[in-house]
Ligand binder design. Sequence first.
Ligand SMILES: O=c1ccn([C@@H]2O[C@@H]3COP(=O)(O)O[C@H]3[C@H]2O)c(=O)[nH]1
Ligand SMILES: [Zn+2]
Ligand SMILES: [Zn+2]
Length: 245
Amino acid sequence: MTLKLQMLGTGSAFAKQYYNNNALIYDNEFTLMVDCGITAPMALHQLGATFNDIDAVLITHIHGDHVGGLEELAFITKLQYQRKLPLYIGEALVQPLWENTLRGGMYQEGHITSLDDIFDVRPLKPGVKTDISAGLSVELIQTRHIPGKSSYSLYLNERIFYSADMVFDPALLRTLVQDRGCEVILHECQLQGPGEVHTTLEELLSLPENVKERTYLMHYGDNAKDFIGKTGPMEFLEQQRIYEL
Ligand SMILES: O=c1ccn([C@@H]2O[C@@H]3COP(=O)(O)O[C@H]3[C@H]2O)c(=O)[nH]1
Ligand SMILES: [Zn+2]
Ligand SMILES: [Zn+2]
């Protein structure tokens, strides 16, 4: 089943030339938004779309560039469109997303008191494949990012890896390609400096050729143009462009 991918943004957390690294995944008429950061409402608007065009949203982890637009999404869908969007989210993130991210702005006594009042919450267990639409399945793979903070990469349709923000995990990437039929890797990439909580370009360049040749780079900094031609066979994903996966 062919999916289409359109990145709302491809930038790292504090990039200014690129929007936050959030994605639209299209399964025919069905649209899944992967992450909804601070810039997502404006990025969507610039595509000529609204939150009413989204059928479901999935969150990888709780950082502003991945969840900072959720308050607007939830208010608009509830108040303007009278809808509760399905929210796919690792089960460990349900409570912190409400208590630590959304409650402050959205709590209204007797009206909005939990995540269930604003979303159709669909908790996901890592390692378990879940059908999201007729032609789109997702399995969460827990990957390391910030100590003590749960973060989940995605395995879509058992052939496309979409990394959350994550530290380099070459064993996972090799296993996905060798043992699990992974055809496409969409990977975050920190272009310079020590990775610490991210994966660096230098680390990705150390991967075997057969892994690199199916890898596309995202979540990159404002100086990405300086690295064109320096990423081996790995291409930068471009925001707003539509890719067939
Ligand atoms: O220990 C830390 C924690 C955070 N940060 C920065 O904060 C950003 C939060 O969003 P992000 O995960 O896309 O990127 C992170 C980094 O840019 C960091 O450099 N080191
Ligand atoms: Zn990020
Ligand atoms: Zn992050």
